[in-house]
Write a protein that binds this ligand. Structure first.
Ligand SMILES: Cc1ncc(COP(=O)(O)O)c(C=O)c1O
Length: 481
């Protein structure tokens, strides 16, 4: 590709992306097509072309395919899971990062990119009130960031060389986590060789039960376990509830356990006025996972592990094979994390943080929290909605037909409402008017709105009760026939 060709193709593509972003509000949130339809659009069974093709046509077709057959998490009415709208500056950052193609595994291979990542780590720590001299690195997302902290805790806490000897020797290691913890904990226990039975679950339906934790810990010590880790959530995946982090920190300090906070979702709210004060407890943690690709709106992927004692990451991950020639050249990220070659994830975070500034981010996060609360209040006032929970920027609610109000709590009514709301979730998706996900709360199948979306407006949220009630009535009528 000549440089003139590159310039022209790039301009065309950026124009198309700018048009797409400008019109995103007018598009369905998702086309909700079945897999077969998407495969037909792609001509999925086509064989790999033998001859090279015209890049202009290729880029045009790729953009058409993606703009016409994607779910848009940047749409103002996307409220599913904890997936955010992507900051436009992050989109440009990824283009620039790919152009430099820095391998941020070793300082020598990526001098400026490595230093930018180190600066991002200090800025993220600063934003959540964590020590800025902590160790840290960017990873693909919350799962990998939490896993990285888990492995750092295991290496630091095992009383033998667990990296060399594995977990077959020594006392049985165990960890404590609330039943509301995201499923990364199962993958971590599994991948770390402990097995998922090493997770000693503590009831987390209400705030995590400290008494139960205390009792279980004493019992485990008597039975010969070596407890090494307590996990607290700074915003649970289902409802956004915050564990009693300061109490968990004290418990860990008293018993010499590693305290890890999963702040993938909620940690960035800790500096926002009015957010739950418990969030500040993350400042005492030995490690924290945070996700710039959630509430900092960077395009996927960007997760981050922060570890108070920076040498703990080195202790958990460093190997020095003879074919490495990077000693004494500044920070080598291969030394403090699981990856060898690493992409330049930091650039999009570095640019986005400065574009909005700390105050800009606090304001955007505050807006999301306010919108979720507003939706909850609208549901409270609506005769056909039942507001269930509201924490941080997650609100859960369900549709309840008028005539079933009186029967709430009876098994038959609850079973019916679960079926109705499950169908309703699918109908909302199919409508293309909004995209939400679900939560099951004390047996209730709830519609879950997670607002991590800088495009969502008051008007978007105000439209939700009517959409739910209208589709809810239709489904109720169909089910009642
Ligand atoms: C609390 C929490 N932890 C971890 C994760 C996993 O993050 P990721 O999907 O970026 O791996 C999520 C995802 O929503 C989450 O909400």
């Amino acid at each position: 590709m000549t440089s003139d060709q590159f310039r022209s193709l790039g301009h065309d593509l950026v124009d198309r992306i700018a048009d797409f972003l400008a019109s995103i509000r007018t598009l369905p949130v998702t086309p909700a097509e079945p897999p077969e339809q998407v495969r037909v659009a792609l001509a999925a069974t086509r064989v790999l072309p033998e001859a090279g093709q015209d890049p202009k046509a290729l880029l045009r077709d790729a953009a058409d395919l993606l703009f016409e057959h994607s779910l848009f998490n940047g749409h103002p009415r996307f409220y599913g899971y904890i997936t955010s709208s992507a900051a436009p500056i992050g989109i440009l950052a990824d283009l620039l990062a790919a152009a430099v193609n820095a391998n941020v595994g070793a300082w020598k291979l990526s001098p400026m990119a490595t230093e930018m990542e180190a600066q991002v780590i200090r800025w993220l720590a600063q934003f959540i009130g964590y020590p800025t001299d902590c160790g840290g690195l960017l990873l693909s997302g919350g799962n990998m960031a939490n896993l990285t902290c888990f492995l750092a805790a295991r290496a630091a806490q095992a009383r033998w060389d667990v990296r060399e000897q594995g977990v077959a020797i020594g006392p049985r290691l165990c960890v404590y986590a609330s039943t509301e913890t995201h499923t990364w904990i199962q993958k971590a226990a599994d991948l770390a060789g402990l097995g998922t039975k090493a997770i000693h679950w503590i009831d987390g339906r209400q705030p995590m039960d400290l008494h139960e934790l205390e009792v279980r810990y004493r019992q485990d010590i008597e039975e010969g376990y070596q407890p090494f880790l307590v996990v607290g959530s700074a915003g649970t995946v289902s409802t956004g509830a915050v564990d009693p982090l300061p109490d968990l920190a004290s418990f860990c300090q008293e018993h010499g356990l590693w305290f890890h906070v999963d702040g993938a979702y909620g940690a960035f709210a800790s500096s926002v006025a009015g957010a739950p004060l418990e969030l500040r407890g993350l400042q005492s943690a030995d490690s924290v996972a945070v996700d710039p690709h959630k509430w900092l709106y960077t395009p996927l992927e960007a997760g981050c592990a922060l570890v108070r004692n920076r040498s703990a990451l080195m202790k958990a991950f460093s190997y020095h094979p003879p074919y490495y020639n990077f000693e004494g050249e500044g920070l080598n990220y291969y030394d403090i994390g699981p990856q060898n070659s690493r992409g330049f994830r930091a650039l999009k975070v570095w640019l986005a943080l400065q574009h909005a500034g700390a105050a800009g981010y606090r304001a955007m996060i505050q807006d999301d929290i306010t919108l979720a609360r507003y939706l909850y209040d609208l549901a409270v006032d609506h005769p056909e909605l039942e507001a269930i929970t509201n924490h941080l920027s997650i609100t859960t609610l369900r549709y309840v037909p008028h005539e079933l109000r009186a029967g709430l709590g009876s098994q038959q009514t609850e079973d019916y409402l679960n079926q109705l709301n499950q169908r309703l979730l699918a109908a909302i998706e199919k409508s293309g008017e909004a995209f939400i996900s679900n939560a099951v709360i004390a047996g209730k199948y709830a519609l879950r709105f997670c607002i991590v979306n800088f495009r969502a407006s008051t008007g978007d949220v105000e439209a939700m009760p009517q959409l739910i009630a209208q589709l809810g009535r239709q489904i109720h009528a169909e089910l009642s026939i």
